[in-house]
Design a protein. Structure first.
Length: 733
């Protein structure tokens, strides 16, 4: 990626808000103004700063300067410039002196690289001292039970060494050219915690008029005895490696849309998802959920996020993440249950909610469809079989409707949840396909039949004709009596009087099973629509109510709860967008997608917050699902099967779009381009593949012409690399 190609987002006012520079082995979180506030809840006031999981390295990095004989001035930034993998912070030091601090994390390195550029714009020479101050914070990660200890600091070979007295953790800070080291530097701003230590690197500079000079800094963490005696000689190569990787990432799934904000949001969602990839030696590599509060791994979050990741071509991220979840689940549970949440310290916080085992299976199959990696699938297959067996055993009634917590982790909401039921259906369907591959169709057939029976059971029990909605859960009245008090108390605590009234009279409807279906209006009632399970007439009725009513549709997306009507998340809105596209409602899907996209840059340049519009984690992995998945698989209609060398093609384009394109969609070892053009009475699609593949056309599509191809009804066989096919979808005039 050449410098002129790099997208940079700038902000020169309202510099209050978080930023992150990310890498697989380390990341830095600070404020846009160049400071490092003590943010955080999971580890109170400790979630920002420089982290090299499983432990923290630094609390803060201060930029200071002084004229000879003067006290240092600790600068704050007056310009923030966000690049895809780096951040530039601008500091005005005086009328003529400026500084730019560039921050970035090299790929697969446990440290932070900084380049400080000092500029003298005046017409006379300037003599000054530049100071880079460091406050250590060698703090254990979340759920690590080893003591915090006290940080010690000393100088060795022109570098600062911070070392913790109760662990093997250390961090070293050095510069090129080397500077003067001052340990226990009391001139630095106050440290937030007594256990931290301070030190600085100082350079005396003579700056001729109209000149620029640069100082490089390397901050690296590790375990045991500090290693490394000199500044890394290959740091320029590290930059090239990272920029090349981002260039390659940019080249995959390139979209051209008649919506500039959506294109901007989709591009930066690629980048912000990359910032969340996390590798911890001895544990594994996978996609974290969000920063600053959830930099570790979740099964539920991954199920959604990875579908977006696959759509923009990062198959390895999906395979690595699912392998990590498999390995940790087997180590901790060993019975097929898939862990919900695991810290980077290797501690499992929650052994797994009920829906996560089938979600895991569904994600494994989706990853195989995109990657075509049968060797990887074979490695995952025993864990999938065990996961579905665990789900089956969890329901003593034998109906595949196991009780327990699902996605919504509200206290006492551990019943026969609709999301668990729906994803169990999806898990069974995915498992059956794997059985077909590895054990044959005869062995897969009973699982397919079991899935179909479950689907019918869901439709019979959870659909509420009186409301035109699916219910949240099945339960007997005896199961609800105490739980209602819990939910009422929650509404009272939140002072939500409308919700309080609804919980006191929670709607429920009799079913022949002896259990009632209850309507709590959580966003999970969309999961039968998201998966395309519901009959079209039912789905259209439910979707219409949700998109047109203030009961569900908030100012920035779908409410998490139609009763509470307080919070909106990119995941609830994303699922709604996917549900709309499942039933051909492209215009409605686009409106939900735009609800997500319009929150880009609000809290921090290049980011979309977990909670819409601007709170929770300021970077969240599952945002990729709501933006990328419905655009690639819905608008452009690409449904891959890499192992079989085929694509099922069924696009649904927004009615007011006249042209759009998607290029270099990675499916296995193939790359696919799709270009759309609207005419007076048709949608025209031109598909090009780099390998001989089969395109299976949806039933509304008509063949127009092709190069190097054979046709058999709706199957188009592209026989040569670079072959293309043009198809038409008639539209009403």
């Amino acid at each position: 990626m050449n410098r002129e190609e790099i997208a940079v987002l700038s902000r020169t006012s309202s510099l209050q808000g978080p930023f992150v520079v990310g890498g697989t082995r380390a990341y830095l979180i600070g404020d846009l103004d160049g400071t490092f506030p003590a943010w955080g809840e999971h580890i109170p006031r400790e979630m920002a700063g420089l982290w090299r999981h499983p432990n923290k390295l630094l609390q803060s990095i201060w930029l200071g300067w002084a004229y000879p004989g003067s006290d240092p001035v600790w600068a704050t930034s007056d310009g923030f410039h966000r690049g895809p993998w780096f951040v530039d912070q601008h500091f005005t030091l005086s009328n003529t002196l400026e500084a730019i601090r560039r921050l970035w994390i090299p790929d697969d390195e446990p440290g932070l690289m900084m380049e400080l550029t000092i500029i003298n714009r005046g017409n006379h020479d300037e003599r000054l001292e530049m100071i880079m101050g460091f406050i250590s914070d060698l703090h254990p990660g979340w759920l690590d039970d080893q003591p915090r200890g006290v940080d010690q600091v000393y100088e060795r070979l022109h570098q600062i060494i911070f070392q913790n007295d109760s662990s093997l953790w250390w961090v070293r800070c050095l510069s090129n050219p080397p500077g003067r080291i001052r340990v226990n530097d009391t001139a630095l701003p106050p440290k937030d915690f007594l256990a931290c230590a301070t030190a600085s690197i100082r350079h005396d500079l003579m700056m001729p008029s109209d000149t620029t000079t640069s100082i490089w800094y390397w901050i690296e963490g590790g375990d045991g005895q500090p290693v490394g005696e000199s500044f890394p000689k290959n740091h320029h190569v590290w930059w090239d490696i990272k920029s090349d990787r981002y260039r390659q990432m940019d080249a995959l799934s390139q979209v051209t849309l008649p919506d500039a904000q959506l294109m901007h949001a989709m591009q930066w969602t690629k980048y912000q998802t990359d910032w969340l990839m996390r590798e911890v030696p001895g544990i594994g590599r996978g996609l974290g959920a969000g920063v600053p509060e959830y930099p570790w791994w979740f099964a539920c979050d991954s199920h959604y996020a990875l579908k977006g990741v696959l759509a923009f071509g990062q198959h390895e991220w999906a395979k690595d993440t699912l392998m990590l979840l498999k390995n940790i689940s087997q180590q901790f549970n060993g019975n097929g249950r898939i862990v919900h949440e695991v810290s980077t310290t290797g501690v499992v916080f929650n052994p797994g909610n009920m829906q996560e085992a089938p979600q895991f299976c569904d994600a494994v199959w989706e990853t195989f469809l995109w990657s075509g990696d049968k060797t990887w699938l074979q490695t995952m297959y025993p864990a999938v079989a065990q996961a579905m067996a665990w789900v089956s055993q969890a329901d003593s009634s034998g109906r595949d409707l196991p009780p327990g917590y699902g996605i919504i982790e509200i206290e006492d909401l551990n019943l026969r949840m609709i999301d668990t039921a729906v994803y169990t259906y999806r898990g069974l369907m995915a498992y059956a396909q794997m059985v077909r591959i590895f054990e044959g169709s005869l062995n897969a057939q009973p699982i397919m039949e079991r899935a179909e029976q479950l689907k019918n059971r869901i439709l019979e029990n959870y659909w509420i004709p009186e409301e035109g909605l699916f219910g949240d859960f099945l339960a007997r009245s005896s199961d609800i009596d105490q739980r209602i008090h819990t939910w009422i108390k929650r509404a009272e605590t939140r002072r939500n009087h409308r919700a309080l009234c609804e919980y006191r009279h929670l709607d429920h409807f009799k079913r022949t099973s002896g259990e009632d279906v209850y309507l709590m209006k959580n966003w999970i009632i969309n999961t039968p629509l998201e998966t395309g399970m519901a009959p079209n007439s039912w789905a259209q009725r439910a979707l219409s109510r949700m998109r047109s009513s203030e009961e569900f549709h908030g100012p920035y997306g779908l409410y998490l709860s139609g009763i509470d009507r307080e919070e909106m998340m990119t995941i609830s809105t994303g699922v709604q967008a996917v549900a709309e596209i499942q039933y051909g409602n492209a215009d409605a899907a686009l409106q939900w997608i735009k609800e997500i996209a319009k929150t880009i840059d609000i809290r921090s340049p290049g980011t979309i917050s977990e909670m819409s519009p601007d709170y929770g984690c300021f970077v969240q992995a599952w945002t990729a699902y709501g933006l990328w998945y419905p655009v690639v698989t819905g608008f452009f209609g690409i449904h891959p099967n890499a192992a079989e060398g085929s694509i099922y093609f069924e696009p649904f384009m927004p009615s007011h779009w006249d042209h759009a394109s998607l290029s270099k969609v990675r499916i296995g070892t193939n790359f696919v381009d799709c270009e759309f053009t609207r005419t007076l009475d048709s949608e025209i699609y031109r598909i090009v593949t780099t390998q001989p593949w089969t395109i299976v056309l949806g039933e509304e599509l008509e063949f127009v012409n092709a190069s190097c191809a054979q046709r058999d009804a709706q199957h188009i066989y592209l026989n040569l690399p670079g072959a293309w096919v043009v198809v038409r979808k008639p539209v009403a005039v």
